[in-house]
Design a protein around this ligand. Structure first.
Ligand code: PEP
Ligand code: MG
Length: 926
């Protein structure tokens, strides 16, 4: 029979069942339960307790909210063991044991599910506790917390109803803090809370501790499917079928006087990654007070002064936990009358910057290997370094003109601008329905606000610290955030914020600098930062040692190539040579070439374009000294270089109207001339019109049709190559012919172009290393790459077109149209233009590479479609044995890391295939 409940010290029994694989333990006990059990095993002071498994939760939910058979009996058994250990009894009048009921899923979902504290309190136990402890204030504060949490979590009563009572009583008694209310006040509040409970839950508050525990356990199970938990899982990509465990833990109290405290800490700085413990705590407080941001917390450093002994014990435990788990820990602790208890430890959430620094420093400290460091940083986290930041000039100007509104804690970096929305629903509505960029501004955030936070560009709160809910969530989702802006007052009635004497209404634009912790009025301009972060540089260097794939960049201009090179690109995988023809001076020449009736006119236009192209390519060769540069010859259909037919018809109509009213003969002559030119353009545009231009006269077909055009490009490439060689650089041009479908078309085109290349080199008296090759963008080319390889000496997968031609869907139209519907309906899991479709496009690539290298061993195979910068597609390219991926310069760092991940994952798979029992090898995995 299944076992549903495990005591914290029963880790051994669990491992007998699931093996010594910590991930399997976590799946069963949830992260919190597994870590509590692990802490108990290594001798960390953990209050006695037990965990009801995630399997029990799933069984409960599946059975329509009924505990699985035998579960409750096991709970009772575990409870007895806990009572024995504590020397107290649950529900006992003389020496009562109090419990907390805490949720805990496999993946941490901070604050998304429910917790009930102080279970076991009732009128009788309250009285006996007063006798035992002699502190009425403490007892009634604890009792009212139970009623409040039970009311909100189990019965769904609005929390404000309870909080309003506390606020009123504080006002009446003229005190500022909760801690200043005396026993009498809390006793009165407790009575009022019971009244609220009765009228809103239509029943009395349950005095029976066992009933309390049953209802609380059910509520925690149910909270797995609560709205905020579901929203969070959707956003974080956490599966919905994991379930939550319930941890039933003996209560320890941080609100037992001046020698008691409760707090949270990160063993390293979660924002910068600095190796220094940081945290917040409150003296004489309980549970959620610290994270809720309701009271101003103290910095952990003050605890050293206030309770030196407990502090040094805490530090030692925290440091040991980090060493034990070999990861930055996020811990929760309580000090009860000078005695330290650890309530929780888990891997700490962190910003991208912190993730990188922590991984690198832990590897340098010898805590983890370089390989682990590389694996611990995700490609998205590297991407974050390339996200916009505010221009320093813009920030200075804003400061100088008095637009720096306020400062707070810089808890999640990055720049965000948007309109102020003062609640989560409005933030979401404005962002989703009206497409507005929104900054969500709140006093503090609660788990219920997550949907607004996700919709917002950035988050601003007036309260809370580095470990507040707002900070944690913002960091996890990479949203810039500034919290604890105490100078800011939020007036929810008038829907405005006030800073000093400045009043800013909801809907006004502000800019948030999560990196520096500043808030500005208006919209500031942003820039993409240089990735000079020394830890990132080091990590990417390690990634380079592991990866097998080369990382090249798609760059048309020298400035792009320079950026790519500075980001670590090892070549140019795609220069789309037609892009230059769209520039101001060149477009008229290019159009002249299209319009030419006589070969001499065409040659004249091409001759005029040649020096421009030569300079374009020379610029690239100079930057990419001794690195390969793939120049793709003209690809798009010619009509793209002419004005649109509709536009021309309209212009002609306008000109003809103006002709009617023209006054002078000079005007008439000029207009007639213009009309003639436009009519010619229109006639040519119409003659070039195709029903399916993407399947029409483009790529190699165009090169065959107008060989003078591609010959000019090849002449420009080789003249530039000779010129730059003469300047003392090493030039490695690779000429790429697009859109081949049959080897014969490639042969025809390439023979002519290679002859032109030879001619130029002979003229110049210089020989350069060069290659001619083609793109694989059409299934037929992929299936016949063995034939193609007889002509081409390299191939590059143009997966944008290859996806288009394999699926037979237009890349220009589908992404904005039916493809969205396909994904919504689950017909396609992924957008194939974003992530390579492994089963179709990927399979064609596999065949193509195999055939290519069969015919020409060691043939250079790469990818230059957009997928070349996407991590999962990069992993596929690694599997296919490509030589390189080529992507936008901004994705180069991401690709370097993703390529390393692919290589390391492959290596692990190979090892585990050889050693199938690795999980049971005896070493405790982490
Ligand atoms: C491709 O098709 O993947 C490609 C790189 O070429 P383009 O996007 O220019 O068609
Ligand atoms: Mg293409």
């Amino acid at each position: 029979m299944k076992k549903w409940v495990y005591l914290f010290d029963e880790l051994g029994i669990i491992e007998d069942r699931v093996g010594r694989d910590f991930e399997s333990v976590k799946a069963l006990l949830g992260g919190k339960g597994a870590n509590l059990a692990e802490m108990a095993r290594i001798g960390v002071p953990v209050p006695p307790g037990f965990t009801v498994t995630t399997e029990a939760c799933n069984a409960f939910l599946a059975a329509g909210m009924v505990f699985p058979e035998g579960m409750w009996e096991e709970v009772q058994g575990a409870l007895k063991a806990v009572e024995k250990r504590c020397g107290k009894k649950f529900g006992d009048r003389d020496n009562p044991l109090l419990l907390s009921c805490r949720s805990g899923a496999r993946t941490s979902m901070p604050g998304m599910m429910d917790t009930v504290l102080n279970i076991g309190m009732n009128d009788a136990t309250a009285q006996s506790m007063i006798k035992l402890i002699g502190d009425e204030r403490f007892v009634f504060d604890a009792y009212r917390r139970l009623i409040q949490m039970f009311g909100t979590v189990v019965m769904g009563i609005a929390d404000d109803l309870f909080e309003d009572v506390i606020t009123r009583v504080k006002r009446e008694r003229n005190v500022l803090n909760d801690g200043d209310l005396d026993g009498g006040a809390w006793k009165g509040i407790t009575a009022e809370f019971k009244g609220i409970f009765r009228s809103h839950a239509s029943r009395h508050f349950p005095e029976d501790p066992v009933e309390q525990l049953i209802l609380a356990t059910e509520a925690v199970f149910r909270s797995w499917n609560g709205k905020r938990a579901v929203d969070y899982r959707n956003a974080a990509g956490i599966p919905h079928d994991l379930g939550t465990a319930v941890n039933v833990v003996t209560m320890v109290f941080g609100n037992m006087g001046a020698d008691s405290a409760t707090g949270v800490a990160l063993t390293r700085n979660g924002t910068t990654g600095e190796n220094r413990i940081e945290g917040d705590y409150l003296t004489n407080a309980q549970g959620e007070d610290v994270v809720a941001g309701i009271r101003m917390t103290n910095d952990l450093s003050e605890l050293e002064r206030e309770m030196p002994r407990a502090y040094s014990e805490f530090r030692e435990v925290a440091e040991n936990l980090e060493k034990h788990f070999r990861e930055m820990q996020d811990v929760e602790f309580t000090i009860e009358k000078g005695k330290l208890w650890m309530l929780q430890t888990r891997d700490g959430k962190r910003t991208a910057q912190a993730a990188v620094r922590i991984a690198v420093e832990m590897a340098r400290e010898g805590l983890i290997t370089r390989e682990e460091a590389v694996k611990r940083v995700s490609a998205e986290q590297v991407d974050f370094f390339l996200h916009p930041q505010f221009e320093s000039a813009a920030m200075k100007a804003a400061r100088d003109s008095g637009n720096l509104l306020a400062e707070g804690l810089n808890v999640s970096p990055g720049a965000a601008c948007g309109v102020i929305a003062l609640d989560a629903d409005l933030a979401e509505a404005w962002a989703t329905n009206e497409g507005k960029k929104v900054i969500m501004v709140r006093p503090e955030t609660k788990p219920d606000d997550v949907h607004g936070m996700l919709a917002a560009e950035g988050i601003l709160t007036s309260r809370g610290g580095r470990t507040s809910h707002a900070a944690l969530v913002a960091r996890q989702f990479g949203k810039p955030a500034v919290v604890g802006v105490s100078s800011m007052e939020i007036d929810m009635n008038l829907r405005r914020i006030k800073v000093g004497d400045r009043v800013i209404t909801e809907g006004s634009v502000i800019s948030l600098d999560g990196t520096g912790g500043e808030v500005y009025l208006g919209e500031l301009s942003t820039k993409v930062p240089d990735i000079k972060d020394p830890w990132l540089m080091e990590l990417l260097g390690w990634a380079d040692d592991f990866r097998k794939l080369g990382v090249w960049a798609n760059a048309d201009y020298p400035r792009d190539a320079e950026r790519a090179l500075s980001y670590g690109a090892e070549g140019i995988g795609l220069c789309r040579s037609e892009h230059m023809f769209f520039e101001a001076e060149r477009l008229p020449l290019f159009q002249k070439m299209i319009m030419a009736d006589l070969p001499s006119e065409q040659q004249e236009a091409l001759g005029a374009l040649l020096p421009f192209q030569r300079e374009d390519f020379a610029g690239l060769f100079r930057v990419m000294d001794d690195l390969p540069v793939i120049i793709r010859l003209i690809d798009p259909p010619l009509h793209e270089f002419l004005p649109s037919i509709v536009g021309l018809i309209k212009e002609l109509a306008d000109l003809k109207l103006r002709l009617k009213h023209a006054g002078t003969m000079g005007d008439i002559d000029a207009l007639l001339l213009e009309i003639k030119e436009k009519e010619n353009l229109l006639a040519r545009a119409e003659s070039l019109r195709e029903e399916n231009p993407m399947l029409g006269l483009r790529g190699v077909r165009l090169g065959i049709h107008i060989p003078e055009l591609t010959s000019m490009q090849v002449r420009a490439i080789f003249e530039a190559a000779c010129m730059v060689t003469r300047e003392g650089k090493k030039v490695r041009p690779e000429v790429m012919i697009p859109l081949t479908s049959h080897v014969n078309e490639l042969r025809v085109q390439q023979e002519r172009l290679e002859a032109e290349a030879q001619k130029v080199m002979a003229e110049q008296g210089i020989t350069v290393d060069y290659k001619f090759g083609t793109m694989i963008e059409i299934p037929r080319a992929a299936l016949t790459t063995d034939e193609i390889a007889e002509v081409a000496s390299f191939i590059s997968f143009g997966t944008n077109d290859l996806t288009q031609t394999t699926f037979g869907i237009s890349r220009d139209d589908a992404e904005a149209g039916f493809l969205i519907e396909y994904m919504e309906k689950g017909i396609l899991k992924e957008n194939p233009f974003a992530v390579i479709d492994a089963a179709g496009v990927g399979e064609l690539m596999r065949i193509s590479v195999e055939k290519a290298r069969g015919a020409r061993p060691g043939m250079e195979c790469g990818i230059c479609g957009e997928h070349g910068g996407e991590p999962r597609s990069i992993a596929l390219c690694h599997e296919l044995g490509l030589n390189y991926v080529s992507c936008s310069p901004f994705r180069v760092p991401v690709a370097r890391l993703a390529a390393a991940h692919a290589a390391l994952t492959r290596r692990e798979k190979a090892v585990s295939a050889r050693e199938p029992s690795l999980d049971h090898s005896g070493e405790r995995p982490n």
